[in-house]
Structures are given as structure tokens and as C-alpha cells.
Design a protein around this ligand. Structure first.
Ligand code: 13P
Ligand code: ZN
Length: 290
């Protein structure tokens, strides 16, 4: 069953857990994510990037995710979300296709430009019943950062965050508190105090991008402070490609499923691990019962 992501995140915040938002690129990753959620009776968000829309066909992949959620997983609350839309046009396109939730990522622009476009996105989206995530601060991509990361350059300023949310009307906010996309060889301790100050000043649910390697107590801690959603992509790719690489020589060369099925299974197990970490297992029923 497809549900509004804003509602999913608000329910998570009230219930003291977080929802995983997992990136899909194809049928196999989508099925793996939904099967994991079904097995653990958990709400889940499936997200698609602009690049993946180019790869798979945005409309086709959106329909695939919607149909699987609607017809095979009716008891699981599923959000479908555009991840990191970098322009008004891509967000508009995703909404026209039917996405019920979008992110506009203007985090690399000036504060004023980010506010201006995010507000335009929020107005367009809200007229059509679509939820909007914005980002303030900047969650870096480790693959693009060379040399030492100066984390202070990326962090979300709590006062600016309050202004950004108020001036744009967004539904959820992605924050930078020492998180980054990709696996970091070395990570600083997250800035928990900064997160606490953001929580005090911002009323909308908060999202943590780059959560693939947040395993060692950090996820639990930030979820306790107020993170309602964790974005996970790299961990899914590693599970899929890692397993595929293992089985590729052993598979039946006349049957594509013989290599894709084990890869799908590996993603399912990885997603189950994250769902348990975020403590959203068993919460589907609570949401369904209102
Ligand atoms: P990772 O690839 O680090 O898991 O980040 C995922 C993400 O933030 C998607 O928006
Ligand atoms: Zn991200």
C-alpha cells in the first residue's frame, strides 16, 4: 500500500523508530526491498534517482515499484520517492509521472537560491498532494572529495535550517551532521549537539543521507535524538554486486535468473539488517491500525 512519506516519517518520530529509504535501480532490488519489509512487517521507502530514471526509464520503474507495492505488498506501508532531484524540471517530471514524494536538492546553491527553488518546488508539489524533502548544509559524496574532508564546510546550521523550513514550506529536511554518501575509511563522530539544536528549532521530520555504514551505535543514537529516516544506497549496491560477482561463473549461462536471484537474496538480507537497526520491524501493523 502506497503511503505519503511525510506521514510515514511523522509516525516513525512518534513511535521512536526510523524508516529506511532504500534506493532501487531495477526489478531485483525493488523486490528485495519489498520482500524484506514484508518479512519483517516494516514500513519502507523506495527511492529512485535521476540517473536511475535515465537508466531504467523513469515512468517504467515508477510503475514497477507502484505495482509491486499495490498488488503484492498491500499490508506494507510503502513510500515512493524521487531522491536528489537537482532541478525544478526533474522534480516536475517526477510528479507528472506520479511520484507521491520528491526531494529537491539545492544544497550546492547559495542559501537564497536554495530557498527560492525549494519554495517553488514545494508550491508545485503541494498543489498536487506530493511531499517534499529539502536539504540544507551539504552531504558530500566521498567519491568526489579528494584529500582531507573539512567537515565544518558541510554542516547544517540550526538557525538557517529553521529559516529554510519556514520560508520553503517543506515537509522533511535532510541534514548534514558529519554524514556523507559512500563508505568512509574514517568518519568523524557525528555532531550530536548540532543535531539536538536542529531538532529544537525545526518542526519537520529529519532525514539522514549516507547511512549505509552507520552501524556502530550511531544510527540508534541519532534516531533517539530525532532522525526519522535513513537513506541507504551503497550498502545495497555492495550486497548486489558482491553476490553477483561470486555467483557469476557458476550460473547457468542460459538462465539470467540463476545469477540475479542470489544477488536479490543478498540485498534482501542487507535490507533486513537495516530495518532491524532502525527498529521499524513490526511497525507496519501499527501504522495500518491508524
Ligand atoms: P549511501 O550511498 O552512502 O548509502 O547514501 C544513500 C543516500 O543518501 C541516498 O540519497
Ligand atoms: Zn543522499
Amino acid at each position: 500500500m502506497i503511503l505519503n512519506t511525510k506521514i510515514l516519517l511523522e509516525r516513525a518520530r512518534e513511535g521512536g523508530y526510523a524508516v529506511g529509504a532504500f534506493n532501487t535501480v531495477n526489478l531485483e532490488t525493488t523486490r528485495a526491498i519489498l520482500d524484506a519489509a514484508e518479512e519483517l512487517s516494516s514500513p519502507v521507502i523506495i527511492q529512485i534517482t535521476e540517473k536511475t530514471m535515465d537508466y531504467a526509464g523513469g515512468r517504467a520503474l515508477f510503475q514497477l515499484v507502484s505495482n509491486l507495492a499495490e498488488f503484492y505488498h498491500r499490508d506494507i506501508p510503502v513510500g515512493i520517492h524521487l531522491d536528489h532531484g537537482k532541478s525544478f524540471e526533474i522534480v516536475e517530471h517526477a510528479i507528472d509521472i506520479g511520484f507521491p514524494s520528491v526531494m529537491y536538492d539545492g544544497s550546492r546553491h547559495t542559501f537564497a537560491d536554495n530557498v527560492r527553488t525549494t519554495r517553488k518546488v514545494a508550491e508545485y508539489a503541494h498543489e498536487r498532494g506530493v511531499s517534499v524533502q529539502g536539504e540544507l548544509g551539504n552531504v558530500p559524496y566521498l567519491a568526489e572529495v579528494h584529500g582531507v574532508v573539512d567537515w565544518d564546510d558541510y554542516m547544517t546550521d540550526p538557525d538557517e535550517a529553521a529559516r529554510y523550513v519556514e520560508e520553503t514550506g517543506i515537509d522533511t529536511l535532510a541534514v548534514a551532521i558529519g554524514n556523507a554518501h559512500g563508505f568512509a575509511a574514517e568518519r568523524p563522530e557525528p555532531d550530536y549537539d548540532r543535531l539536538k539544536r536542529i531538532v529544537e528549532k525545526v518542526s519537520v521530520p529529519l532525514v539522514l543521507h549516507g547511512a549505509s555504514d552507520w552501524e556502530d551505535g550511531r544510527a540508534e543514537k541519532v534516531s533517539g535524538i530525532g532522525i526519522a529516516c535513513f537513506n541507504v544506497d551503497t550498502a545495497i549496491k555492495l550486497a548486489f554486486v558482491g553476490e553477483l560477482t561470486k555467483v557469476i561463473g557458476e550460473g547457468d549461462k542460459t538462465d539470467i535468473r540463476s545469477v540475479l536471484e542470489p544477488a536479490m537474496h543478498a540485498v534482501r538480507e542487507a535490507v533486513k539488517g537495516k530495518i532491524r537497526l532502525y527498529r521499524s520491524d513490526g511497525k507496519a501493523e501499527v501504522i495500518n491500525n491508524g
